[in-house]
Write a protein that binds this ligand. Structure first.
Ligand SMILES: C[S@@+](CC[C@H](N)C(=O)[O-])C[C@H]1O[C@@H](n2cnc3c(N)ncnc32)[C@H](O)[C@@H]1O
Ligand SMILES: [Zn+2]
Length: 311
């Protein structure tokens, strides 16, 4: 299946008037957004980052036509400040983060992101990181911790029942180690007829992926670091796929626009709100009906963007 960049026109629009300089794509993926941005803005160079070496290899090929305008670094975007400094980049005119998992990751056998294949439960975007896999989490965390992950990151109401089954198996000496086992175990936690359009394990898989890759914990710090890199009138744009992520982006951007967030009864402002940016759009930008019809993965996408003005 060809990769379709989510909210592509909307993303091109928010970067339409950025100053010349370097554009940082913090989640390069297959380079779909980046190629379109380079094409639309001839005076921009690209610094692309991804923590997945498979994505880096494909993006390198897909962006070859742009020659010396493109540099690609294998890194987690939590290192964005170091990576830009070490690359000698001085004027960052725009930063894009298109969060979450790529269709490449979901569609590749062996990675453990999808129950369409029977794979070891890995789910690390950065397989070189030596970090915990999804199987490690299910083997080592307490039942309550597993339930919390599934509830919080998957918005799964049956989280406790699922966690119970996972730990029961572990206690029997048969820990869940493959995508197939996990998908069957979750399906078995929903007795009776299913009326859902999606497989009942979708939410549990999403939750584990978010936990394995620390997706929520690193987001707010990244937003601040990325914003701090921007030149005057530079733009930071983020596409989220989960309400927890969108809330973090919304709150951080609001704070950067100087909105006081003190409780209403506070006599003076103590949150030290400082106006450093303006929102490119008041509300989150969401896909058109046409896009959600042609690309179901765009369903939950939300784009927010902020323009830096304090420098
Ligand atoms: C939704 S895809 C991006 C697709 C891309 N915009 C395109 O058009 O091809 C997300 C990508 O971000 C990467 N990624 C997710 N979190 C990351 C992080 N913390 N640091 C670096 N890369 C990350 C994933 O490996 C994946 O390749
Ligand atoms: Zn305040």
């Amino acid at each position: 299946m060809p990769h379709i960049p989510v909210l592509l026109n909307e993303t091109l629009n928010v970067f339409n008037e950025i100053p010349s300089g370097t554009f940082v794509d913090a989640t390069l993926g297959m380079g779909g957004h980046s190629a379109a941005i380079l094409r639309a803005n001839p005076d921009l160079d690209l610094l692309g980052m991804d923590q997945d070496t498979a994505a880096i290899a494909i993006a390198t090929e897909n962006l070859a036509e742009f020659g010396g305008r493109v540099r690609i670094v294998h890194s987690n975007f939590s290192n964005i400040a170091n990576v830009t400094r070490e690359s000698g980049v001085e004027n960052v005119s725009g930063v894009l983060a298109d969060l979450g998992v790529s269709s490449l990751q979901l569609d590749t056998e062996g990675r453990g992101f999808s129950f369409r294949f029977d794979d070891p439960l890995d789910m690390r975007m950065d397989t070189a990181s030596g970090g915990e896999t999804a199987a490690d989490i299910l083997a080592t965390r307490s039942e309550a911790e597993i339930a919390d992950i599934i509830y919080l990151y998957g918005e799964e109401r049956a989280s406790r029942r699922i966690a119970r089954r996972i730990v029961e198996r572990r206690e029997r000496g048969e820990p869940v180690t493959t995508t197939g086992e996990l998908a069957r175990l979750v399906a078995g936690a929903f007795p009776g007829k299913r009326r859902e359009k999606i497989h009942p394990a979708t939410r549990t898989f999403q939750a584990l992926r978010i936990a394995v890759n620390n997706e929520i914990e690193i987001l707010d710090r990244f937003l601040l670091d990325a914003f701090d890199l921007l030149t005057h009138e530079g733009v930071l744009a983020v596409i989220t796929f989960h309400s927890l992520e969108d809330r973090i982006v919304k709150q951080r951007f609001r704070k950067l626009t100087g909105r006081c967030e003190c409780p209403p009864r506070m006599p003076v402002c103590v949150c030290r709100a400082e106006k450093r940016g303006r929102l490119a759009a008041k509300k989150a930008i969401v896909p058109t009906d046409e896009e959600t019809r042609s690309n179901p993965r765009s369903r939950s996408a939300k784009l927010r963007a902020i323009v830096r003005i304090d420098n």
